[in-house]
Design a binder for this molecule. Structure first.
Ligand SMILES: [Zn+2]
Length: 136
C-alpha cells in the first residue's frame, strides 16, 4: 500500500503532512481572520456613531465622559471660580496697599489649594464645560 496524498495526489506523504495543503489552509485562515477584523471595526464605528448621536439628543445627566465635566463638577468649578475671583479682588486691594483682615488673608492662603483642585485641573486641561439647569 503506497502513501498517496488525498490533497495533491502526490505519493510519499498523506494529506495530513502535505505542505501544499498546509499552505492553503494558512492562507484561508489569514483571509478569514482579516474578514473578521473588518467586520468588527465596521461594527464598532457604527455603534460609536449611534452613541454620540443619542448623547447629543439626551438632555438627562450623562455618565462622566472623557473630556467633559459632569454637572456636579461644573457646579464645583463655578464655586471655585467665584472664590478665585474674590481672591483676585483681594490681591488687587493688597497690591493697591489696602490692609487685609485675617479672614481675607485666609482666603488668599487657599488660592493654590483651589487652583490645584481636581476639577480646576480638568478645566485647565480643556475639559468642556456644561450648561446647568437654571433652578437648583
Ligand atoms: Zn500533498
Amino acid at each position: 500500500m503506497s502513501l498517496t496524498c488525498a490533497y495533491c495526489k502526490e505519493e510519499g506523504h498523506t494529506k495530513f503532512a502535505c505542505e501544499k495543503k498546509l499552505k492553503a489552509d494558512k492562507a484561508r485562515a489569514a483571509r478569514m481572520a482579516k474578514r473578521n477584523d473588518d467586520t468588527k471595526s465596521e461594527t464598532s464605528e457604527i455603534s460609536t456613531a449611534v452613541s454620540s448621536n443619542s448623547a447629543r439628543r439626551n438632555t438627562k445627566p450623562q455618565r462622566p465622559q472623557r473630556g467633559v465635566l459632569t454637572e456636579s463638577e461644573e457646579r464645583e468649578a463655578r464655586k471655585i471660580e467665584k472664590k478665585l475671583r474674590e481672591i483676585a479682588a483681594l490681591e488687587d486691594r493688597l497690591a493697591a496697599g489696602s490692609p487685609l483682615d485675617v479672614l481675607q488673608e485666609k482666603k488668599l492662603d487657599r488660592k493654590l489649594e483651589l487652583e490645584s483642585s481636581a476639577v480646576m485641573q480638568k478645566v485647565r486641561r480643556g475639559y468642556l464645560r456644561v450648561e446647568l439647569a437654571a433652578a437648583q
